[in-house]
Design a protein around this ligand. Structure first.
Ligand code: PRX
Length: 659
């Protein structure tokens, strides 16, 4: 963006200004009456029937919410359904089998594929039959370690069809991360692929999967999708099956969707927490599917005729909820893109919007900051007038990036929704309703209808407008996680101890985010307050990072903090003490970076590795991370007098500033 046009924009859209939703949008919006907030309030929890009504139930539920065993809430009690039926069969029964379900766009510009609902149904059934043949039974966890190829949603829906929960591991995660997750879930089945394209080059993924399997402590049957054909020859080993062969040998198979209880697990999704061990977040069939269908309809304004695009990766919750389950439950067309936004050119996304007449675009602030840096000449090369709504998720969006998105992508004609939610919440929680609420750049908005979110101080009292506090949610919602896989105790510890009053049976969910609220009840989320970093919208636990670094030969101790980063939001800063006899040199730095990539993946690569003889510690021996953060961010250092070793602070500061 040029200096001049940026100044012009800032002048026209000053800080603190708010925007009414464009009239053209409101007129056609799925939800445009603000009375919805009150309707949900007055009717809570029965208001959630409105979400459940968006999906088909084989047997109706008897009760909307059962809170007898809180916080182990149950939603749509005794209802029976199948998620795959809801995403496929019912649209075909409604005569829409020929309409596009998935528009897949490969990274190579000449590779695209359209899956109609009928076509998707066929492949899902064939693969479901194949999984059954392999021995997959109801409630067996099937792991998927796959990039953005159509076989990933096919496999997810095939699992849903036979009642086998899936656990998708982001393809960018390392072999170790795959092994940890498969062991934790006792998962005996893996679906993966030979490789995929990244910036024009074929990338070997199978090798990484094989390496991961070496760390799995039980037998695994693997299915391998051949994505790269001749670009990457591979041999199948024992207990490995070729996806195409499996599907071909089940050609025409029909698999009756298994009747699932509303509370049966639909999938597991691992996410980072405070400890080194990732948390297996459990989502259920009825509550989750209703919730993502409802939020797709009310917030993303999805309609069956839309071509809707969420540019996240299906390896994260955003892709599960808003590429696969939400849009397909509503019978719309969902776009899936394999590659990166800057390949072959920095206008790739805009080219796709133009080519497919995309109606909604849902992306992340980190991407918007990159687009902004590249400049508006890229979107200007394309006709983006098909867009009706823009969304963001994953991290706070700064008002400047918000306004750039609003103007240069939306042409001031599209509402921008800044949606706050988490892996654990299953779907959106805090955002404006695009056809109802005014938008305030930088602030997500009020809690959605039926959601009770507050900003409180440490003792749980609501803070004054403008004051920083902690975000809490004091009523359950259908899309909520039900527990952490096989770890009810950790579920309570992580989310329900901070602000709940167990004796009074009052349960308050703590998402571990800081926030502030304004006079209109708009919530601005400030970021994590636990030891979790948010790097390009991805959650990384500092403990996971530190244990990866300490695992490198020559490292005695490490402390990881987040440093501010223009594009990534936060970047990994690692402070490292070497073992006696080792030098803090380039060689060790490279091995540390490699160690982190091996243990977690390239997304976790440290931005800076700072060797230091000591770490600043309190008298009781606790590392003062806040100080390390201030140093990383070049901020004024607070009081260091409580430190056991205050002299070390200047040394570290000089090193960082000298870099
Ligand atoms: O800190 C919040 C941040 O992302 C965290 C959730 O990360 P994850 O479970 O990976 O899910 C990401 C996609 C839903 C939150 O605890 N976060 C998410 N959305 C926003 C946000 N921070 C500020 N504003 C948002 N809109």
């Amino acid at each position: 963006m040029s200096e001049e046009s940026e100044g012009e924009l800032e002048a026209r859209l000053p800080e603190g200004e708010s925007f009414e939703p464009p009239q053209s949008f409101v007129e056609q919006a799925n939800v445009s009456d603000e009375a919805i907030y009150e309707e949900f309030e007055e009717n809570w929890p029965d208001c959630w029937e409105r979400a459940a009504d968006l999906i088909d139930w084989e047997e109706p539920y008897d009760q909307v919410l059962d809170d007898d065993d809180a916080p182990f809430y149950e939603w749509f009690v005794d209802g029976k359904l199948n998620a795959s039926y809801n995403c496929l069969d019912r649209h075909i029964e409604a005569g829409r089998g020929d309409e596009a379900a998935i528009e897949w766009v490969g990274e190579p510009t000449d590779e695209t594929q359209t899956y109609t609902y009928e076509g998707l149904y066929r492949e899902v059934n064939e693969f479901a039959a194949a999984l059954r043949d392999m021995g997959v039974e109801e409630d067996d966890v099937v792991t998927m370690y796959m990039p953005m190829i159509p076989e990933l949603p096919v496999a997810m829906l095939a699992c849903a069809r036979i009642g086998a929960p899936h656990s998708v591991v982001f393809a960018g995660f390392s072999a170790d991360a795959l092994a940890t997750r498969m062991n934790s879930a006792d998962s005996e089945y893996l679906v993966t692929c030979d490789g995929y394209f990244r910036r024009g080059d074929p990338l070997n993924h199978k090798e990484k999967a094989e390496e991961g399997l070496e760390g799995v402590d039980h037998e695994v049957e693997t299915v391998v999708v051949d994505r790269l054909g001749e670009d990457l020859d591979h041999d199948l080993r024992d207990a490995e099956h070729d996806y195409d062969d499996l599907v071909a040998s089940n050609a025409g198979a029909e698999v009756e969707p298994v009747t699932r209880d509303a509370e049966d697990m639909l999938f597991l999704m691992y996410t980072s927490g405070t400890t080194g061990q990732p948390k297996g977040v459990k989502h259920t069939t009825g509550g989750y599917l209703s919730y993502v269908a409802w939020t797709s309809q009310a917030v993303l304004d999805v309609k069956p005729d839309d071509t809707y695009w969420c540019s996240a990766d299906i390896g994260w919750i955003t892709g599960h909820s808003y590429i696969v389950y939400g849009p397909l439950a509503l019978g719309t067309t969902t776009v899936m893109y394999e590659g990166t936004p800057d390949y072959p050119e920095k206008d790739r996304l805009w080219e796709i919007v133009d080519d497919y007449d995309v109606t909604q675009l849902y992306t992340a602030p980190t991407a918007i900051r990159a687009f902004m840096k590249w400049g508006e000449q890229y979107p200007e090369q394309h006709d983006l007038s098909s867009l009706r709504l823009l969304g963001t998720v994953g991290e706070p969006i700064n008002p400047r990036a918000w306004k750039w998105y609003y103007k240069h992508i939306g042409d001031e004609e599209c509402p921008v929704i800044d949606t706050w939610w988490q892996t654990e919440t299953g779907g959106m929680m805090v955002t404006t309703l695009p056809g109802v609420g005014e938008m305030k750049p930088g602030s997500a908005g009020p809690p959605l209808p039926g959601i009770s979110a507050n900003v409180v101080d440490m003792s749980g009292d609501e803070v004054q407008p403008g004051e920083a506090g902690y975000l809490t949610v004091d009523r359950p919602w259908p899309g909520m996680l039900r527990t952490l896989y096989k770890n009810d105790e950790r579920f309570i510890d992580e989310y329900w101890t901070e602000y709940s009053d167990e004796d009074a049976d009052e349960w308050v969910y703590f998402p571990e985010d800081g926030a502030k609220i304004d006079e209109d009840g708009y919530i601005t989320v400030l970021g994590r307050v636990d030891d979790v970093l948010n790097v390009s919208g991805h959650r990384l636990g500092t403990m996971e990072l530190e244990s990866a670094i300490v695992g490198v030969e020559g490292v005695a101790e490490a402390a990881v903090v987040g440093g501010k980063h223009d594009i990534k939001g936060e970047a990994v800063y690692a402070y490292v003490i070497t073992e006696d006899g080792y030098e803090g040199d380039e060689g060790l730095r490279d091995r540390i970076v490699e160690g982190v990539e091996d243990a977690i993946g390239p997304i976790a690569r440290p931005e800076e590795v700072i060797f230091t003889p000591e770490l600043p510690k309190t008298r009781s021996g606790k590392i003062m991370r806040r100080l390390l953060e201030d140093i990383a961010n070049g901020e004024e250092l607070g009081n260091t007098s409580t430190l056991r070793n205050p002299e070390v602070v200047r040394d570290i500061e000089n090193k960082v500033r000298g870099d």
